[in-house]
Design a protein around this ligand. Structure first.
Ligand code: FES
Ligand code: FES
Length: 162
């Protein structure tokens, strides 16, 4: 199958991928760029495990073709994590037992990353809405909610102390 060159920005770096026309963006990020933090679960748009940020919006990377990403700005879980240690969202998920097997976690982190980027102090309904497309088969969601609420509360506290 003929491959196509796709130029895009991933986690702040200009990169080029050679992809087949049928290849999903999630598959290409993992296979061509080695960014295996993005998990592919259902591969038909249901579970949300493959969520990444494309041009500022959360996208299910199993539903987007890699060739559609020409010129796009993409952020994956690798780009939403510090080089060393954990982001505040990841740290809160650890602290509040917001993960068990961890399969859903990269997508969950990306959905929360997008929420907190635009709204640092979301309400509980806003958090629920933000993660409503992310399926977790292990946790029952309570630990995830507690983690997200803790991040929001910490932002609120920082704001008061300013
Ligand atoms: S792998 Fe993309 S939504 Fe499940
Ligand atoms: S922690 Fe296992 S699916 Fe969410």
């Amino acid at each position: 199958m003929k491959k196509h060159n796709v130029n895009l920005n991933v986690n702040g770096r200009e990169v080029m991928m050679q992809v087949e026309p049928r290849q999903s963006l999630g598959d290409a990020l993992r296979g061509e760029l080695g960014l295996t933090g993005t998990h592919l679960g259902c591969e038909h748009g249901v579970c949300g495990a493959c969520t990444i940020i494309v041009n500022g919006d959360p996208v299910r990377s199993c539903l987007m073709l890699a060739v559609q990403a020409e010129g796009a700005e993409v952020v994956t879980i690798e780009g939403a994590s510090p080089a060393i240690g954990l982001s505040e969202i990841q740290e809160a998920l650890r602290e509040f037992h917001g993960l068990q097997c961890g399969f859903c976690t990269p997508g969950m982190v990306m959905a929360l990353h997008h929420l907190f980027s635009g709204n640092p102090q979301p309400s509980e309904p806003e958090i629920r809405e933000a993660i409503s497309g992310q399926l977790c088969r292990c946790t029952g969601y309570q630990g995830i909610m507690n983690a997200a609420k803790a991040v929001a509360a910490r932002h609120r506290l920082k704001n008061v102390q300013k």
